[in-house]
Design a protein around this ligand. Structure first.
Ligand SMILES: Cc1ncc(COP(=O)(O)O)c(C=O)c1O
Length: 369
């Protein structure tokens, strides 16, 4: 049996008629950029996240850049330092640099693999201005711990929620904890468009208004505001697709959790380290990331049986030529897990039989080492 790491065609088949109808509606409307679909989606997305407002933008990377600028987390020409995790998509740090800031990396919690509040506090310098915690693989960061540190030092918190649509901690969803949050709607995400897309969420409606000015920097109104703007808008077709898919997001997240519990039941107690979650609400399993000392041999074994796996992420950002600096401290926890992590297939349309097959091949390998 061939088991692809991700097969988005299966999801499309479930919603083909609805999506085709909604895209047709946009095509017939004659309005293609920031129109009624985007406005309706922004309201629906804000409601889903439990915040006062949302602004649709061109990508998750742009959402981070615009949120960092609109919140004052990064100021023009100040080289403000922004602390984040080394274990994330490169886009997190690229966005910090792209907004004019300096990414600084702090170590992660060895169990949850998200930014560790104690390590974060040690990385603060007089130049630190903001924190970008990443809700990695679908799991919330320790927002209580991070927000406590932030408020003691007067720092701005921008959540990178690109992988955590619908994850929850302390009764609040991803996107509702920091000063603002950035979402990606890249097609593979838990809520994915059929192209690029992103959104900023916040309880601060003035911040959302600033994002709306910044995303449309060539607009006469934007030119009068003294802000160097961008051109980064969510388009009507993507918004229409996202509105259809949003209706399914909770059910799809439930499927992800159910399949993760099948993996957990079958793989617990062996040599493979399975994901540790704070609780069931906190993780929406964008990815199912496990650890094994013999990662490459195990991946080759799975590949030989037609099972695709991936590594998220093959490099730690503080070790990349673009981001490494003499001032950066070693990050022993992240460095100790980097060679062990890899991702097993997990998406709502994967069948339980496929999950059992992946687990069986893994267990067979474990029996040989
Ligand atoms: C954690 C994280 N941050 C930011 C991004 C950037 O999102 P986008 O690809 O929509 O620009 C991604 C997506 O790759 C991501 O996974």
């Amino acid at each position: 049996m061939q088991i692809p790491f991700l097969d988005l065609k299966r999801q499309y088949k479930e919603i083909e008629d609805e999506v085709t109808a909604s895209i047709g509606g946009v095509l017939r409307s004659g309005a293609y950029i920031v129109g009624s679909e985007v406005e309706a989606f922004e309201q629906e997305w804000a409601r889903f996240c439990g915040v006062n407002g949302a602004a649709g933008v061109g990508s998750g990377t742009d959402a981070l850049i615009l949120a960092l600028k609109a919140s004052g987390g990064i100021r023009e020409g100040h080289n403000d330092e922004v602390i984040t995790t080394p274990l994330t998509a490169g886009y997190t740090a690229l966005a910090i640099a792209g907004a004019g800031g300096v990414p600084v990396f702090a170590d992660i919690n060895p169990e949850t693999l998200t930014l560790d509040p104690e390590a974060l506090e040690k990385a603060i310098t007089p130049r630190t201005r903001a924190i970008v915690p990443v809700h990695l693989y679908g799991q919330m960061s320790d927002m209580q711990g991070i927000c406590d540190v932030a408020s003691r030092y007067g720092l701005i918190v921008i959540e990178d929620a690109a992988q955590a649509h619908g994850a929850c901690s302390g009764g609040k969803r991803a996107g509702a904890h920091g000063h603002a949050a950035a979402f990606s709607f890249y097609p593979t995400k838990n809520l994915g468009a059929y192209g690029d897309g992103g959104a900023v969420t916040s309880n601060d409606l003035k911040l959302i208004e600033r994002v709306k000015v910044l995303r449309q920097g060539g607009h006469p109104f934007a030119l009068q505001t003294n802000l160097i703007g961008h051109n980064s808008r969510l388009d009507e077709i993507q918004a229409a697709v996202l509105r259809v898919k949003l209706k399914y997001l909770e059910a799809w997240n439930k499927c992800r959790k159910r399949l993760a519990s099948v993996y957990r039941e079958l793989l617990s107690g062996g040599t493979l380290k399975i994901p540790v979650t704070y609780d069931l609400e906190s993780h929406v399993f964008h990815l199912y990331v496990v650890q094994h000392l013999e990662r490459e041999r195990l991946r080759a074994n799975l590949a030989a049986q037609g099972i695709e796996t991936m590594i998220h992420y093959p490099f730690l950002l503080h070790q990349q030529p673009l981001f490494c600096s003499d001032a950066q401290r070693p990050l022993p926890v992240a460095e100790s897990i980097a060679g062990k992590i890899f991702s097993l297939p997990l998406y709502p349309q994967l069948s339980e039989a496929e999950v059992r097959q992946v687990a069986q091949v893994t267990l067979n390998f474990e029996a040989t080492v």
